[in-house]
Design a protein around this ligand. Structure first.
Ligand SMILES: C[S@@+](CC[C@H](N)C(=O)[O-])C[C@H]1O[C@@H](n2cnc3c(N)ncnc32)[C@H](O)[C@@H]1O
Length: 253
């Protein structure tokens, strides 16, 4: 019977239905962790959990990295694609909030630029730039980091989150391309090409369970706080980088 239903529905649909049912019956949807339920070629959810909750990589981004550095989000702020984190963590400390988009005519954006080649953005302009889940979509990462350093004010802070372990973001891949995954070491080396080593902090988040759950599109409330908080240096699910532009550094416009 099960085989017949599975054949009629198709593998992916069947697995989705199974997960939904388990979720409704058990309330947690964690059965994928036990028995042979990892023996599957389709993810439980393919959408990073956006439809059903908050993605696990976003819980590290928000509850750990941005919360820890919220005081940096102030004055003139720049964020990519939208201003969700400028508003959430900067609040009244922010005076000007710019939104940069790579394509023209995107609703809400105030600047259109390819960060790898953005000479039209004035130098020494921002007190803070927030770049969450963006650097993997820019092929020329060193050029983008050079732009970001140039447009920061002396003393300004760049807050970056990049994925270490992740599925492809299909929308982004199809629109501007997805090129990279990072490690703490590659992130540090890249940032050191532009910022002083002592002005850079690199932090990693995750463990094997959080990585697997994230790849399967589980959301953060489907793991316990203890499961999310466990840190394993060999599973860099997301990497947070904070870099400060030297106060005595003046970029020539
Ligand atoms: C998934 S969004 C990430 C930002 C969003 N605030 C977030 O936290 O999810 C991907 C963004 O990458 C930006 N992007 C892609 N290529 C870019 C480039 N070469 N220069 C600047 N931004 C780029 C797009 O404008 C898009 O808003």
């Amino acid at each position: 019977m099960k085989t017949l239903v599975r054949r009629l529905m198709g593998d992916e649909c069947y697995q989705q239905a199974q997960v939904t049912l388990l979720h409704e019956l058990g309330g947690v949807g964690l059965d994928w962790r036990w028995g042979n339920s990892l023996r599957r070629v389709h993810p439980i959810r393919r959408d990073f959990a956006w439809q059903s909750g908050r993605p696990i990589d976003r819980s590290y981004t928000e509850d750990c990295f941005l919360l820890a550095h919220r005081a940096d989000i102030r004055g003139r702020a720049l964020e990519i694609g939208d201003d969700r984190y400028t508003r959430k963590f900067g609040g009244e400390r922010v005076i000007i909030s710019d939104i940069l988009h790579v394509n023209p005519g995107m609703g809400g954006s105030t600047i259109q630029a390819d960060l790898a080649d953005a000479k039209h953005i004035p130098s020494n302009r921002y007190d803070c730039a927030i770049l969450t889940f963006t650097l993997q979509f820019i092929f020329d990462v060193p050029a983008a980091l050079a732009t970001l350093e140039r447009i920061l004010c002396p003393g300004g802070v760049l807050l970056v989150i990049v994925p270490g372990i992740s599925q492809i973001a299909r929308y982004d891949m199809d629109n501007w391309g997805e090129f990279w995954r990072f490690t703490s070491l590659s992130a540090r080396r890249l940032f050191e090409q532009v910022f002083q080593a002592e002005d850079i902090t690199v932090t990693t988040y995750g463990n094997v369970l959080a990585s697997l759950a994230s790849l399967h599109g589980l959301h953060s409330t489907e793991l316990t706080t203890a499961e999310l908080d466990h840190w394993d240096r060999d599973y860099e699910l997301v990497i947070g980088i904070r870099a400060v532009k030297r106060p005595d550094h003046r970029t020539v416009a």
